[in-house]
Design a protein around this ligand. Sequence first.
Ligand code: ZN
Ligand code: ZN
Length: 231
Amino acid sequence: MQLFFPSNFKCLFCNTDIADHEHQVYCNDCALAAPFNNGKRCKICDCTMEGDSEICDGCKDYRKYFDRAVAPMRYEGVAKSLILKLKNDNATYLAPDMARVMSERLRQENFSFDVIIPVPLSQKSLSKRKFNQSKLLADELAKIFAKPVDNHSLIKILETKHQKDLNLAQRKTNLKNAFKVVDKKAILGKNILLVDDVVTTGATANECSIVLKKYANKVYVVSFARNPLIF
Ligand SMILES: [Zn+2]
Ligand SMILES: [Zn+2]
């Protein structure tokens, strides 16, 4: 029976056994208790919001160059732990299940995209970390949606400080001109799905989108988690 019904599938969030991995990567308890980014959210950036408006104050005050940004999880609790594990403990085995959770949100949104582009790391960060966690997630999404990954057209040309170490004013200028499109033809007129592991200030997604939107048609952003608050 073990052969036909293996029970060694674990819930992505709490590690208990789950029977139906075909349809779920997390258990029923976590479906209710994990920090999903649900409830009323901004139609552009997916932040939690209240009131009658469709768009948050952050998106009204600061132009967003991407068309939409979505994240299935809030960057807190078990969702935050998973991202830190993936990034800092080389837990690359988490990427397929994390991408499955991202794909659930993408299917709800029904974005139509031609190509998947991971947010690039600078050469220096890449050699230090050995892998780009966003590329791992992009590769898994590519399998799920049967779309190509473009890992060369967008590059990071500046070594920037970590956004989390900066204040709000510094964050807004830190990433300026950090990204560059090196193959304009490859993205010309395309609808792009830009993939990041986590969106905290929105600055990275926005800076990438500024350069991509010079040539691309639409830029949709998906991350595993996001800061629930306004950018
Ligand atoms: Zn669970
Ligand atoms: Zn917004």
